[in-house]
Design a protein around this ligand. Structure first.
Ligand code: FAD
Length: 452
């Protein structure tokens, strides 16, 4: 093995564990240093069941790592959004055309455990209870806190998969500023739980992502394979009711749910207690000008580009990063060239999904039950049938395809313009000027397989 065929990954979370597998399978010598203890021995730190939506980009990466079977066995299929309006009838809005276009709800802890086990089976060395503290890049030595002790390890190059609060990022910035800035969202979140029904089954439709859109805030619920749902309430941190400033106690939360989420209230028997126990989470968008330090370190996943969770793509994007970095490492003659090529490829795409994730919050909390939104959505599906491979709905490009995020963003903007213009002043699809719209689609949207 060449001496530069050794890599040290900081963080054995979702991206770190997956990357370790992809690299170890290609013959790299891989060490992973993870701050927490081994979840296979100690249980997954965090306790509560937290789930994530897995889509095609993430699933593709799992297939390359040979992890898709084990992960999907524990996943729950979500066919679409199940929208619960305050007034009116709740119902399913499908994400795709059929069950080949779905997303999957997976448990974060179980996923991490599966990935760590597979990484180890391919020869990656996992060092738990090792929190990176400092890096001497000149001496190629990294210092960790291991229980109460400080320990050092030599490295050839470091890969930062240590999440949004990355220590490696902070250490790299001491050598060369990375141009870091974080835009904090003025909304936060709190997690609650819907337990199984008395007969052990799901209390509401299991194969859907439930949304209670309420204008400037919302609640969502994703199913878990143990028949529970993880509910996430998103509210502004401050300001007019309801905000986390005005909804502080369990009783305040009960009153809010009684008023605004009356069909969800009976599903969450521990609402008062969950609300008082669980912390308010903060959400932000992290942007960097540089992701790597010559041939000595590179960042990926949340460490490089944390985003708000409203497109359900943070992990999917992090997994796509892992595939891209492994490919560049395979192809490029030196580590420095691989890191630079990885950054050049992924940075514009991360910026695109960060923007789309911010935009999707408005769509989820405010638009999904609007008549004009529903008309545009119906038109989107009709255009998909009339122009296959040319007009692909925004959600499908991001979720069911692997075209670059930047291309998905560009085409979504063109398509949004067409949809808005075609539905202005009309109430049904029968009133659409199809000839003009078909001509505009042909003129403005080249076939995707010609540009992707
Ligand atoms: P992490 O998963 O944060 O892993 C970082 C790892 O590094 C951890 O194991 C940590 O212990 C370790 N670490 C940290 N510091 C050190 C250190 N100093 N030394 C050693 N180890 C260290 N994404 C989706 O794709 N779909 C979703 O539905 C979705 N929903 C979300 C909902 C919410 C509320 C939030 C907040 C995020 C959501 N995301 C979702 C985003 C997703 O959670 C992240 O993008 C993903 O976890 C990033 O993976 P990562 O490996 O880069 O970072």
């Amino acid at each position: 093995m060449r001496p530069d065929h050794a890599l040290t990954i900081i963080g054995g979370g979702l991206a770190g564990a997956l990357l370790a597998t992809l690299l170890a399978r290609r013959g790299w010598s891989v060490d992973v240093f993870e701050r927490r203890g081994d979840p296979r021995v100690e249980g997954y730190a965090g306790g509560r069941s937290i789930n994530l939506a897995l889509a095609e980009r993430g699933l593709h990466a799992l297939r390359l790592a040979g992890a898709d079977g084990a992960v999907l066995r524990q996943a729950v299929m979500m066919r679409g959004r199940y929208v619960h309006p305050l007034q009116g009838t709740p119902g399913l809005q499908r994400y795709g055309r059929d069950d080949s276009e779905v997303i999957w709800s997976i448990n974060r802890g179980e996923l991490n455990l599966v990935l760590l086990t597979i990484a180890e089976s391919h020869g990656a060395r996992l060092h738990f209870d090792h929190a990176l503290e400092r890096v001497d890049f000149d001496a190629h030595s990294a210092s960790f806190r291991h229980h109460a002790e400080a320990v050092s390890h030599p490295f050839r190059a470091l890969i930062g998969a240590d999440g949004a609060g990355s220590t490696l990022r902070a250490e790299m910035a001491k050598v060369r500023p990375l141009g870091e800035r974080t835009d904090w969202l003025d909304h936060g979140y709190k997690e609650l739980e819907i337990p199984p029904a008395a007969d052990g089954g799901f209390r509401i439709e299991p194969n859907a992502l439930h949304i209670w859109p309420r204008g400037h805030y919302m609640c969502i619920a994703l199913p878990n394979d143990e028949r529970t749902f993880t509910v996430t309430l998103f509210l502004p941190h401050r300001g007019a009711h309801p905000s986390f400033e005005t909804v502080q106690t369990g009783d305040d939360a009960l009153a809010l749910f009684r008023e605004q989420f009356p069909d969800a209230l009976p599903l969450i028997p521990q609402l008062r207690c969950d609300y008082e126990t669980n912390p308010v989470g903060h959400l932000g968008t992290l942007r960097l000008d540089r992701w790597h330090l010559d041939d000595r370190a590179v960042l990926l996943g949340d460490a490089a580009h944390a985003m708000v969770p409203f497109h359900g793509q943070g992990m999917n994007c992090a997994f796509e990063d892992c595939v891209a970095l492994a490919d560049h490492l395979q192809r490029a003659p030196t580590l420095g060239e691989a890191f630079a090529a990885f950054e050049a490829e992924r940075k514009p795409n991360a910026a695109a999904i960060q923007q789309m994730a911010l935009e999707n919050y408005i769509e989820m909390r405010d638009r999904v039950d609007d008549a004009d939104y529903l008309l545009q959505r119906a038109l989107e599906l009709a255009l998909q049938d009339r122009h296959p491979g040319r007009f692909v709905p925004h959600y499908a490009m991001v979720t069911f395809m692997r075209i670059p995020y930047a291309l998905a963003l560009h085409r979504s903007e063109v398509q949004r313009g067409l949809l808005q213009a075609a539905t202005r002043g009309i109430a049904t699809l029968a009133q659409v000027d199809w000839a003009a719209l078909d001509a505009a689609v042909e003129a403005q949207l080249p076939p995707l397989d010609a540009v992707a």
